[in-house]
Design a protein around this ligand. Structure first.
Ligand code: FE2
Length: 472
């Protein structure tokens, strides 16, 4: 396969601490580590998994010092991986893959116990005062060693608020100095909590409750100075079906034609909730949210509907004619006076894996966002990096190389400077290898690239930490 489908091929090779050859020049000021996670093993005993999101996780580490780039990667030693190797079957319910409970007794046990939550933390990396973690959308982060990438095991806390689903996109509130996330508990009356955890606190506190009769799939949320903004696309589930249908998790959700996207504005000062509705869209990722006089604004990397999820099934992506859903960046303005949400098209093009200058702009009106995009529809998959001027709604810079498929651009600001770099793991399909790409964040001019010894499957999210030694 000499095309993007190489990015959906399993990688089991693990490499420990090698210096990558660097072409170009990595800025001297860039010191720290980029940690990433993503799906990497797509078969269990030769049988393909159902959905890209279910690939068993791989951790990646790029350490930058003195212009050099050191690389290592290591499979996440989840229970799911251990079971796959020991029993040759999927023992945990995934996003689009149902657990195979094996012999009859185990199947009955599986029915009795209901869904076995997945610990396949292949979505994001998170570091707090308690350590470094790999995250998925099931509560219970997986502790990892940020230096060796060793899996240290799940973080459990009996006093944590109850919930079945969270997001792998926790957000730092720099004003209150706490991490904020959502926690959805399915039930006859499902409830989504907004939770917050300050450093030194053993478990999160509940900030507010949002009642949801038929919860929607929510992958991320917005956070402003005073509000958490939960967005519910009209892609909903009856929680009873989740338990009884026997279908994979996401197959229980339905696109509710005619319904709009719902925004729950959670006032974190009072815990009060106000719900608004606007024109429908589906989105995994918010770009950013912020407050302006009289309104709260949230930008979403949006799709027309939930059909994008079908296109990300593994058999579709690996098939003869995969097609990427068309997308655009939508801005929803949420008036504080009780009127409905107003939808504006900020940029009429596909953007995914959005990042901003988080330390400066998260929760404040941002001037710039970066993301992956599609510059040549014949590419078949996300094939460029773009810089979006958020005030003008214009793409102001582009990086594209034919046959190359970049991942999430992580923005690293230059200490004390106004600029910075983007770090992206790119698949060079023709060479069947990946490379770590360093771009000037303003111009998207290439500064350096460092080829890996293998092709890394497309992965999801990562974080850069300026101090190389993190607390494990
Ligand atoms: Fe995500």
């Amino acid at each position: 396969m000499a095309d993007f489908r190489i990015g959906f091929r399993s990688l089991s090779e693990e490499v420990g601490g090698i210096d990558l050859p660097v072409q170009g020049r990595v800025p001297d000021w860039l010191e720290g580590v980029l940690l990433r996670t993503g799906p990497a093993l797509f078969e269990v005993r030769g049988k393909p998994l159902g959905h890209w999101f279910d690939g068993l996780g791989m951790l990646y580490r790029f350490a930058f010092r003195g212009g050099r780039v050191e690389y290592r990667n290591r499979l996440l030693q989840s229970q799911g991986l251990k079971d796959a190797r020991r029993f040759g079957r999927v023992t945990q319910d995934g996003f689009g893959t149902k657990a195979d409970h094996g012999p009859l007794f185990n199947r009955l046990l599986g029915l009795f116990r209901g869904a076995v939550p997945s610990d396949n933390a292949n979505v994001n990396i998170h570091r707090t005062d308690r350590g470094t973690f790999a995250l998925t959308e099931v509560p219970g982060p997986i502790r990892i060693d940020p230096d060796t990438l060793e899996t240290l095991g799940p973080e459990t806390c009996r006093r944590a608020p109850p919930g079945h689903l969270t997001t792998a996109h926790p957000q730092w509130d720099g004003t209150r100095k706490e991490w904020v996330n959502t926690l959805l508990e399915f039930g006859r009356r499902s409830t989504c909590r907004v939770v917050a955890q300050a450093p030194g606190k053993p478990y999160p506190r509940t900030v507010a409750f949002v009642e949801m009769r038929a919860p929607a799939y929510m992958h991320s949320f917005g956070l402003t100075e005073n509000f958490a903004v939960l967005f519910e696309p009209p892609f909903r589930v009856n929680p009873l079906e989740l338990r009884l249908s026997g279908k994979p998790f996401i197959a229980n959700y339905r696109w509710c034609q005619g319904e709009g996207t719902r925004f729950h504005m959670v006032d974190r000062r009072s815990g009060s909730v106000r719900t608004l509705e606007g024109p429908a869209c589906f989105a995994f990722h918010q770009v950013n949210a912020f407050e302006r006089p009289g309104e709260v604004v949230i930008d979403l990397c949006a799709y027309q509907d939930s059909g994008v999820l079908d296109g990300l099934r593994l058999d579709t992506l690996r098939g003869a004619s995969p097609s990427l859903a068309t997308g655009r960046v939508l801005r929803y303005r949420l008036p504080l006076d009780g009127h409905d949400a107003i939808q504006e098209v900020l940029w009429d093009g596909l953007m995914e894996m959005p990042r901003i200058h988080e330390a400066r702009d998260n929760g404040r009106e941002h001037a710039v966002a970066w993301g992956t995009g599609l510059s040549d529809p014949a590419s078949g998959f996300l094939d460029c990096l773009l810089r979006l001027d958020a005030a003008k709604g214009q793409r102001t810079a582009l990086w594209h190389q034919p046959g190359a498929y970049p991942g999430e651009p992580v923005m690293v600001p230059q200490p004390g400077g106004s600029g910075g770099v983007l770090l992206s793991l790119v698949l060079d399909a023709a060479a069947a290898r990946s490379f770590l790409l360093v771009l000037d964040a303003d111009t998207l001019d290439e500064l350096a690239r460092a080829p890996l010894p293998h092709a890394a499957p497309f992965n999801f999210h990562g974080q850069f930490y300026a101090e190389e030694k993190a607390v494990a």
